[in-house]
Design a protein around this ligand. Structure first.
Ligand code: ADP
Length: 545
């Protein structure tokens, strides 16, 4: 006989915080103030929600969709839907209607929970999503009228129901969450998370050498809960009993900073463009907000520039933790921390920062490797570049009802990122394979150029993309967004880059633009930039230089 074979079910961990720290608060920004409830109330309401869904006919394995901001009701769905054995399908509110229609029908969502202000975005889908039997409207007192026929109100759905639900004993490999990739490379593809994968991801994410969450933290997750499960933080915080602070629809730096100050936030998470925006707000008025309680900012989804990582440390002693991951990896795969390894205690601060600027070390339980085109593993010398592959218990083994054999090889997920691995086993993402620039048969990393360019004073954002070239195949072109009032010339950019890059790697052109197109998840949208350059040449609307 060996040990107990307890199935790894989300219902066993997401109510733990409410039991241990019932009075800790869940705070949501709403018009004119904050909505506050305790962890106990949140868990009670998650149980009531499960009863409501069951009465509606939702059963184990059914898809329950959310079309919502980060707020307390979305958290109740995060807790209640997986616990009752159903599947929470978080719809990305920023996707165009055609993608949403495809995704909802592909997932066969039975019900959609929607925040009232988002109703107009779903309206064009009326009559096109026959699988959806009901929509549940989450009202905050600002309206919430909808022409959808079969509808109910969230509070009405859960009112007067028992606060204890008898969570079913299901197999740990049963599905609990569904996320679609944003379709930057073709049709959106679904990734079906299981109880087991998310349970293990939740444990691994809490480790001190990972995101280092504790029950003492006040967590402000800015990563949308509609994107890659909010990087898993709502599950972690619910398990540990952290205070949770949510911006709801107020997705602007001043709202984040206000919440951080008033709710004494200790850790927050977001993509680099979020932290870039918060930096601009802090620089505009350094004394406006007291964010002295914050010790860590988790940043991923795209590589944060070294200059940004340093800025937060030098000015606020805030450690930026870099995470690399994908929808396909539940979503976190690697993490990079200031002192990620013991040996680094003896290394210079500069070297430590260089390390955080890398994608990081694989989380315990995962394995990563780089391969050449013949699937030979490549040396971990920090120089050889190969296709990054990853495997482990929270890595997708296929897409949901959509076989994509190219994305999987011999038990590995083929990430579509090209990377190096250094002798200390840090993974360094060179680029997404489709964003690499091939000039005269040699590769140029757009990410390396961007990171170097944003370190120039006065440059807020940079995007480097390939442009077709008759002789060289492709050549890099850079777009930059300047700080208000700043003047940075093409020569300055090229001179700065030439300290680091060979002459043939320098951009052919540097264009100053008002804004850089971003994807639905706030990343630089290179597909759109390339298309605009192809269509309009350099006559982009908004171009100044
Ligand atoms: P999509 O961007 O297609 O919507 P994801 O949100 O799942 O899909 O993004 C995954 C991709 O984001 C990765 O394959 C990688 O290219 C990029 N990415 C995520 N984190 C990082 C990071 N820390 N550094 C560089 N690239 C990153």
């Amino acid at each position: 006989m060996t040990m107990q074979n307890t199935p790894l079910l989300m219902s066993r961990i997401v109510g733990r915080g409410a039991m241990l720290d019932p009075d800790i608060e869940v705070v949501t920004m709403v018009t004119g103030g904050t909505h506050r409830q305790t962890l106990k109330e949140t868990w009670d309401r998650a149980n009531q929600l499960a009863h409501g869904l069951k009465d509606m006919g939702i059963t184990i394995g059914d898809r329950v969709a959310s079309f919502m901001w980060n707020n307390y009701r979305h958290l109740e769905l995060y807790q209640g839907v997986p616990s009752m054995g159903a599947v929470l399908h978080t719809l990305n509110i920023r996707l165009p209607p055609a993608d949403l229609e495809y995704i909802i029908n592909h997932a066969q969502d039975k019900v959609i929970f929607i925040d009232e202000d988002l109703l107009p975005l779903l309206e064009p889908l009326k009559g096109k999503i026959p699988c959806v039997e009901k929509i549940i409207i989450c009202r905050y007192g600002d309206g919430g009228e909808s022409s959808f026929e079969n509808q109910d109100d969230y509070e009405n759905l859960i009112a007067n129901r028992a606060v204890v639900y008898n969570w079913p004993e299901i197999d740990e490999t049963s599905p609990m969450g569904l996320c679609y990739t944003s379709g930057t490379t073709g049709k959106p593809k679904g990734v079906m998370y299981t109880n087991r994968s998310t349970y293990l991801h939740t444990l691994a994410l809490s480790l001190t050498d990972s995101v280092n969450l504790s029950a003492l933290d006040s967590v402000c997750d800015i990563v949308p809960m509609f994107h890659a499960m909010g990087w898993g933080l709502p599950f972690n915080a619910s398990m540990l009993g952290c205070k949770q602070v949510m911006p709801h629809r107020f997705m602007v730096p001043d709202a984040f900073l206000q919440l951080m100050q008033e709710e004494e936030v200790t850790i927050s998470a977001g993509v680099p463009t979020i932290w870039q925006g918060v930096r601009v707000a802090l620089e505009a008025d350094p004394n406006k907000y007291d964010i002295s309680k914050i010790t860590r900012l988790t940043c991923g989804g795209a590589a944060p520039p070294l200059s940004l990582i340093r800025w937060y440390w030098d000015n606020y002693s805030i450690e930026m933790i870099q995470g690399w991951g994908m929808t396909e990896t539940n979503p976190l795969g690697t993490l990079s921390r200031k002192v990620a390894k013991r040996s680094h205690l003896n290394i210079s601060e500069d070297k430590q920062f260089e390390n955080i600027a890398k994608a990081g070390l694989t989380m315990p339980g995962l394995e990563a490797e780089i391969f050449d085109e013949q699937w030979n593993p490549l040396p971990h010398d920090g120089e050889t570049i190969g296709e990054l592959c990853i495997r482990g218990p929270w890595i997708a083994s296929s897409y949901y009802n959509d076989p994509q054999p190219d994305k999987f090889h011999d038990g590995w997920l083929v990430t579509g990122d090209v990377a190096k691995i250094d002798p200390e086993q840090y993974i360094i993402i060179s680029d997404r394979s489709k964003d690499l620039i091939k000039s005269g048969g040699e590769w140029i990393s757009s990410v390396d150029l961007e990171n170097h360019i944003v370190a120039i004073e006065g440059v807020l954002q940079a995007a480097v993309v390939a442009q077709p070239h008759p002789t060289w195949g492709e050549r890099p072109v850079a777009l930059i967004v300047l700080e208000p009032g700043a003047e940075v010339s093409k020569e300055t950019v090229l001179e700065h880059c030439s300290t680091m890059f060979a002459k043939w790697q320098l951009p052919d052109d540097v264009l100053s633009v008002d804004s850089i197109p971003l994807t639905s998840t706030g990343k630089i949208d290179k597909k759109v930039i390339r298309a605009k350059l192809d269509n309009d040449g350099y006559q982009l609307p908004g171009l100044r230089g």
